[in-house]
Design a protein around this ligand. Sequence first.
Ligand SMILES: [Zn+2]
Length: 255
Amino acid sequence: MKPDYLARHRAHDYPHLIKRWRLLARRAGLIMRRLAAGPEFNLYTVRSPRLPREGAIYISAGIHGDEPAGTEALITWAEKNTRLLRRHPFLLVPCINPWGLVNNSRTDSRKRDLNRSFQDDAIPEIAALKRAVQGRRYSLALTLHEDYDAPGIYIYEIPGATPFWGEALLEAARPHLPADWREIIETREAAGGLVRPVVVDMKIFEQIGLPEAVYLHLQGCPRVFTIETPSEYGLDRRVRAHVAVLEECLRRVGH
Ligand SMILES: [Zn+2]
């Protein structure tokens, strides 16, 4: 049975979230576009008026619907940074899995993990998202997630441009959340909350399906981060930690 109190929490209210994005887009002069029409909910992107082929920044949230700090953090950060969003090139995806958010579910309505589905163009939402992403080289990509097993925040940094940023991003989050102390996170080696493999082993993804972050890496983005906050902590702290990491990233790209 679906836990009713979770479904009713504001952070799981997709129509309300989209209302906030609509308001923000109007106020900031951003372009909000319907990417795909789902059976119950539509999928949207919000982009800056100028989005050149090189150097844009991609940020997405809500591919897993039971990880609401990501969707909440992205709108919270955007509401505070309308001028930045108008002046610099951003492509934002407020919530990739609306059905999941409303139903507090990792998967979509057909039990698919969309973050293992970027090879599958038969999924209309994934195909539409890939069309929106393609044709540009992003300088930075962030995908916002949560983990209910985690004792602290952790970050996957796909090895790309150096010097690496992972340590500094965790440091920026520290006032809000401790770093995950585990030495193995989801079967991967970790240190101080940082998971940064030496190389991206594509064989694994051929078996388990392609995650969004790896897809963005394959599109040529030199800095791709997956931010994972621990869902046992209060929503406020998780949101603040995501926002702090986001702000540190943008400070580092000079915005
Ligand atoms: Zn996730």
